[in-house]
Design a protein around this ligand. Structure first.
Ligand SMILES: NC(=O)c1ccc[n+]([C@@H]2O[C@H](COP(=O)([O-])OP(=O)(O)OC[C@H]3O[C@@H](n4cnc5c(N)ncnc54)[C@H](OP(=O)(O)O)[C@@H]3O)[C@@H](O)[C@H]2O)c1
Length: 302
């Protein structure tokens, strides 16, 4: 395969790029930064500017699979400006890729775009949500972003390619991402749960997430797949498991919801919402998890 990845310089994209390269495939990637351009035999960078809607069309040469992850980080205070960047970086970049496929000869067979489990209702009591069990959607900004992103991605089908969408859960990795944030206070014996500590945290090991993207492309799967591990946990047990893995027990009471909101503003929704999400569809499609249990993932990434 020859894969074009957007967001290849990020936490998830870099793992996906490494996986394809390790299996003997070539990777092209799009970046907004000329400093991030590399020109190696199996890893070649191309520039795009999503604000100006410009893209180096040579990025598509020889490509059969496109993986679209790029977007401004949601882990920032949600000012009006930040919200605009979070939304437009995903919507406009998707439109730019659709235009690229419409306006140029290409051999692309499949596009796989990211979305997030934040699209599912915020519910502490629900059974694990499957891909076809929405609407109703969550009633917050993140869900709005996911709905808009998944909706505009449908245009890829008009270009004659297969479309798959992976709704990504809380990604656990060694450097960066949610685990680093959660582990930071634990390191100083200041770890605690959030709110009532009962929110479902549908996590996934970054190696498994990369494996799911690979599996979807290898088998040309279509439709929506949840990118979460088979055993989600609630917030307080998650924090306690992180403490156990670090040898630093979590004993403090949970940080109340209003304090989280004061600290983080509207963005607190990212840490306070509860999404109980099922991995059954991707397992039924043949994916075997390397890290199905939280303790296994923590042992690897802590
Ligand atoms: N990590 C998670 O827990 C998680 C959970 C759910 C969903 N997701 C979604 O999965 C995707 C990848 O996540 P990640 O954690 O790997 O993100 P990340 O580490 O923040 O990387 C984001 C990537 O997007 C690119 N990017 C940033 N702002 C951009 C902009 N304005 N226009 C175009 N490209 C831009 C960056 O590329 P350049 O700087 O090279 O241009 C970077 O490679 C994101 O869309 C994220 O929302 C992640």
């Amino acid at each position: 395969m020859k894969v074009l990845i957007t967001g290849a310089t990020g936490l998830v994209g870099s793992q996906i790029a490494d996986l394809y390269i390790s299996k003997g495939h070539s990777v092209h990637y799009l970046t907004t930064r000329s400093s991030a351009i590399k020109n190696e035999a199996n890893y070649k960078g191309f520039l795009w500017n999503v604000k100006d809607m410009t893209i180096d069309a040579a990025c598509i040469d020889g490509i059969d699979t496109v993986i679209h992850l790029a977007g401004a980080s949601v882990f920032q205070r949600w000012t009006d400006e930040a919200k605009e960047a979070i939304m437009s970086s995903r919507i406009d970049s998707t439109q730019l890729l659709v235009n690229l496929l419409k306006d140029n000869e290409h051999n692309v067979k499949q596009v796989i775009t990211a979305s997030a489990i934040g699209i599912y209702p915020d519910d502490q009591d629900a059974e694990a949500f499957k891909e076809n069990e929405i609407p109703p959607y969550a009633d917050n900004f993140l869900a709005e972003v996911c709905i808009a992103w998944e909706s505009i991605a449908q245009q890829f089908k008009e270009t004659g390619v297969k479309l798959a969408i992976v709704r990504i859960g809380i990604v656990l990795a060694t450097n960066g991402g949610a685990l680093e944030q959660m582990a930071q206070p634990v390191k100083f014996y200041a770890g605690a749960g959030f709110g009532n500590g009962k929110m479902w945290q549908s996590w996934i090991a970054v190696d498994d997430l990369a494996g799911i993207f690979y599996h979807v492309s290898e088998n040309r799967l279509e439709g929506v797949y949840n990118g979460v591990a088979p055993h989600p946990v609630r917030n307080r047990p998650m924090m306690e498991a992180i403490g156990k893995a670090m040898g630093k027990p979590v004993f403090l009471p949970n940080v109340p919801k209003f304090v989280m909101k004061l600290m983080l503003g509207e963005m607190a929704a990212v840490v306070l919402s509860s999404q109980h999400v099922s991995s059954s569809r991707i397992e039924e499609a043949g994916y075997e998890f390397q890290y199905p249990q939280l303790d296994q993932a923590l042992e690897k990434y802590i």
